[in-house]
Design a protein around this ligand. Structure first.
Ligand SMILES: [Fe+2]
Ligand SMILES: [Fe+2]
Length: 300
């Protein structure tokens, strides 16, 4: 199959709005265990309300044709928490002014998607991109949140060019808590190389990098990643994680703007290896200042 040329963007800047899915890992695991484990439906878990926070990022880019765009990637979990995040970062105004081109929901997991009502308060008719595979309950949530705009469901057949320099790819995989599918953004930044932008990276970071190598034309080198890499979300470490880092290092990424379910321990191990982790400020309740946290920005 012919490779796809996604073009180039002139610039790419990503602000982590929040990387804190929930406040307490132990509480989270207990809620899941009490519901029956990771095989249960996320809608059947009795989540502890005060533990919920959420994951979200603001992507700002200038495409190959010179057009500036803003994308809101994921909308977090707890509505009040996310409303506070959106107000703190001025995303409330961006939404109501129509400055956000579209919402990009990486996957239907509770910590990335259930905060949708917070965004709908400011712009109910914003366009939303979702991967195929959403459950009926997730689709119901889209409607119940008051969304009145267009929903674009993107299938896994091939990379979908969104604008010059940016493509989205849906990975058609089952994910725990009875969810399905995750979509990932790929940007090719002029003079830098390829950057993947992910929510949780459930398909695996190595898989995302291999995909880009195989599918994209004019591929020169990887420059970086942004997002949750799902390496040790519950801070458990072993040979599998070490091996993953060994392989990841062979890609010679220039910048690792990883946070959220990457795990603090993972980042510590990366730093020990001299891997180029983008540091943060530890602001607004971020779990560590070792990596890009709440309110921190990376410019690729
Ligand atoms: Fe995650
Ligand atoms: Fe997830």
């Amino acid at each position: 199959m012919a490779k796809v040329d996604i073009g180039r963007v002139r610039s790419l800047s990503i602000k982590c709005l929040s990387e804190v899915s929930w406040h307490d890992n132990t509480r989270m695991r207990q809620d899941v265990r009490e519901a029956g484990g990771l095989g249960v439906d996320q809608f059947d878990v009795k989540w502890t309300p005060e533990n919920a926070a959420g994951v979200s990022a603001l992507i700002e880019t200038v495409d190959g044709g010179g057009r500036a765009r803003k994308i809101l990637m994921d909308v977090g979990w707890d509505t009040d928490y996310m409303d506070g995040v959106f107000r703190r970062e001025g995303v409330d105004r961006m939404l109501s002014n129509g400055e956000i081109d579209f919402l990009y929901i990486t996957h239907e997991h509770v910590d990335h998607f259930w905060g949708l009502p917070a965004a709908m308060r400011y712009r109910p008719d914003v366009k939303i991109l979702i991967p195929t595979g959403f459950s009926e309950k997730s689709k119901e949530l889209l409607r119940e949140a008051g969304h009145t705009g267009k929903v674009v469901e993107i299938g896994p057949e091939a990379p979908r060019a969104l604008f010059p320099g940016c493509a989205t790819v849906t990975f058609d995989i089952p994910i725990f808590l009875k969810t399905h599918g995750e979509q990932v953004l790929y940007f090719h930044v002029e003079g830098r190389g390829m950057i993947t932008v992910t929510g949780c990276c459930h398909p695996g970071v190595l898989g995302l990098l291999e995909y880009a190598q195989e599918e994209f034309e004019g591929f020169t080198e990887f420059h970086g990643v942004y997002g949750g890499l799902h390496i040790a979300p519950f801070e458990e470490w072993g040979p599998a994680q070490e091996e993953l880092l060994d392989k990841l290092q062979t890609y010679r990424l220039q910048r690792l703007a990883c946070n959220h379910c990457t795990g603090v321990l993972t980042v510590e191990k990366m730093l020990e290896r001299g891997m180029p982790v983008v540091r943060g400020t530890g602001s607004h309740g971020s779990k560590s200042d070792l990596y890009l946290g709440n309110g921190d920005r990376v410019v690729f």
